[in-house]
Every structure is written in structure tokens, then in C-alpha cells.
Design a protein around this ligand. Structure first.
Ligand SMILES: Nc1nc(=O)c2c([nH]1)NC[C@@H]1CN(c3ccc(C(=O)N[C@@H](CCC(=O)O)C(=O)O)cc3)C=[N+]21
Length: 287
């Protein structure tokens, strides 16, 4: 059994990215990320600050815009437009969730698809489903795939069971593994016998948002278990969807929370921003 160290894997990828960014800089191309935070939810704020810190650490250009909770939808859309038109900005991320008076889909659809490093724009979702190599793939699913690849386990032909079907994690994660030639099953709150499904998994991805929903009896021996849950307990501690201590002895590889998928997510955002910068530069050269 191995516990997959997301922090360490993320660090190695960031070192590689830092080298790539140095080379891009020599060509006069500095990847730039704009992060927009609406309101001052403490957890969102700390994620956003972590994103900015990582940008700086990698030598990227970064701009953080903090807007009040009361901002109108139109003013937020204008702010996005100004980054769409900003030549120094390759990637735009609007931290979710947004206040209820603002339409998330309007916001996402205002971001230029070429700068949508979250991979949430319908154009990128469509490109990803079509297997287009110029799709931005959402950061958490990308992080999950990287962690599974790190184990050296073959993915092709394996049975991946995804528990959770959110647009941000569950759905794109399943799609990504389908593209890697896995057989994919999606489970959710209406799934009849959840354990019957999860016991079929060679690779089990838990992305529900409920502490300990995946128990030891639901995991088959030797499975790879990826825990995407980010649950804040009353005592302030962070925990995943998997009963980690009980499942650990049964799994071949398992990710902890914290220190698993979370750190990979931010690193994949940096990866997507570097890609955005390279792709945009190429298009400019062609035209
Ligand atoms: N537009 C948008 N894009 C996102 O990618 C996005 C978002 N909105 N809204 C919120 C979720 C959540 N998310 C996380 C990122 C890193 C950790 C992370 O690094 N977690 C650390 C622990 C951090 C802690 O202790 O709080 C860990 O798991 O080790 C967690 C969660 C990105 N999200």
C-alpha cells in the first residue's frame, strides 16, 4: 500500500513548469494569470492567495482582483472583458462559488475560451468531450489523472468508478479517464446499490463532498482510491470523502486529504496557464 503524496508530486511538476517558464521568458513570453475573487469568504480567499503565491514562485505574471460581495453582475462581466482584452493575461479564473445574484454560467461564458484555464466554458467542455487536444481540461480532474499516472498503474481497460457527478469534478474526471480508454461508471445520490458499484472499481474516485461516505466495505482489495472530497469539519479540520484509516490497508494506492488532490489542483492551474500562453502565442504567429 502506498499513500500518494500530492504535495511532493505537485512540487516535481512545478519544478518542471518553472524551467519551462524560464525558457518562455527568454522568448519574451511571460505567462500571466488573472484571478478574480468576489466577496470575502475566508476559505475562498485562502485558495486564491495560494494561487497567487504559486504564480510568483514559478516566475509568472499574476493579477488578483478582489471585488465586493455587492458588485453587480454587469460590473463583474466588465472586469472579465478587460482581462479578455489584456495582452499580458493568458488565463482568467473567477473563484467559485459566486453570490446568488450573479449567474455563474454568464460569468463563465464571458471568459474567452482561449483564456479559460479552469476549463469550465462550454466551448472547452465540448472540445474536451470531442477529444480536441486544444481543450482546457479542468484542474482537479487533471490532477487526479496525473496522480494515477504516477502510480505506474495501467489505466487502459481498467474499471473507473466515479462517485459524484458535478460539472466541476465528477463529470470531467470520468470523461478524462474514458479518453484514457478506461471503462467508466458514474454513481450519484440516486444510485441504487452504491457499494455494489464501488466494489467493481479498479480505480475509485470519490467526489461527493460527504465525510466518510466511502467505507472499507465499499472498496475492493488492491484498488486505487482517489479522494477528492474537501469537507471542512466543525473543529476546522479538513477531511475527504473516504474513511482513510479504514480503507488504507485495503487499497493499493490511496490519496490523503489534505495533501492529496488539493495541491495538484493548483499546480494544474499553473500548467493550464502555461499552455494558454503557448497556444495564444502560436495563434498570433499564424495570423
Ligand atoms: N474557479 C474555480 N476554480 C477552482 O479550481 C476552484 C474554485 N473555483 N473554487 C473552489 C474549488 C476548491 N479548490 C481547491 C484548490 C486547492 C485545494 C488545496 O490545495 N487543498 C489543500 C489544503 C488546503 C487547506 O488546508 O485549506 C490540500 O488538500 O492539501 C483545495 C481546493 C479549487 N476550486
Amino acid at each position: 500500500m502506498t499513500v500518494l503524496d500530492g504535495k511532493q508530486i505537485a512540487k516535481e511538476i512545478r519544478e518542471q513548469l518553472a524551467r519551462e517558464i524560464q525558457e518562455l521568458k527568454l522568448e519574451g513570453n511571460v505567462p500571466g494569470l488573472a484571478v478574480i475573487l468576489v466577496g470575502d469568504h475566508p476559505a475562498s480567499r485562502s485558495y486564491v492567495l495560494a494561487k497567487e503565491r504559486t504564480c510568483k514562485e514559478l516566475g509568472m505574471h499574476s493579477v488578483l482582483t478582489e471585488l465586493p460581495e455587492s458588485i453587480s453582475e454587469n460590473d463583474l462581466l466588465d472586469c472579465i472583458q478587460s482581462f479578455n482584452n489584456d495582452e499580458q493575461i493568458d488565463g482568467i479564473l473567477v473563484q467559485l462559488p459566486l453570490p446568488s445574484h450573479i449567474s455563474e454560467s454568464k460569468v463563465i461564458e464571458t471568459i474567452l475560451p482561449e483564456k479559460d484555464v479552469d476549463g469550465f466554458h462550454p466551448i472547452n467542455i465540448g472540445r474536451m468531450h470531442a477529444g480536441d487536444e486544444h481543450a482546457f481540461i479542468p484542474c482537479t480532474p487533471l490532477g487526479i489523472l496525473e496522480m494515477v499516472k504516477q502510480t505506474g498503474e495501467e489505466i487502459s481497460g481498467k474499471h473507473v468508478v466515479v462517485v459524484g457527478r458535478s460539472n466541476l469534478v465528477g463529470k470531467p474526471a470520468g470523461q478524462l479517464f474514458l479518453q484514457e480508454n478506461a471503462t467508466v461508471t458514474f454513481c450519484h445520490s440516486r444510485t441504487k446499490n452504491l457499494a455494489e458499484q464501488t466494489l467493481q472499481a479498479d480505480i475509485l474516485i470519490a467526489a461527493v463532498g460527504k465525510p466518510n461516505i466511502i467505507t472499507e466495505a465499499m472498496v475492493s482489495p488492491g484498488a486505487v482510491v482517489i479522494d477528492v472530497g474537501v469537507n471542512r469539519l466543525e473543529n476546522g479540520k479538513l477531511c475527504g470523502d473516504v474513511d482513510f484509516e479504514a480503507v488504507k490497508p485495503k487499497a493499493k494506492h490511496i490519496t490523503p486529504v489534505p495533501g492529496g488532490v488539493g495541491p495538484m489542483t493548483i499546480t494544474m492551474l499553473m500548467n493550464n496557464t502555461v499552455l494558454a500562453s503557448k497556444w495564444r502565442k502560436k495563434t498570433k504567429e499564424v495570423h
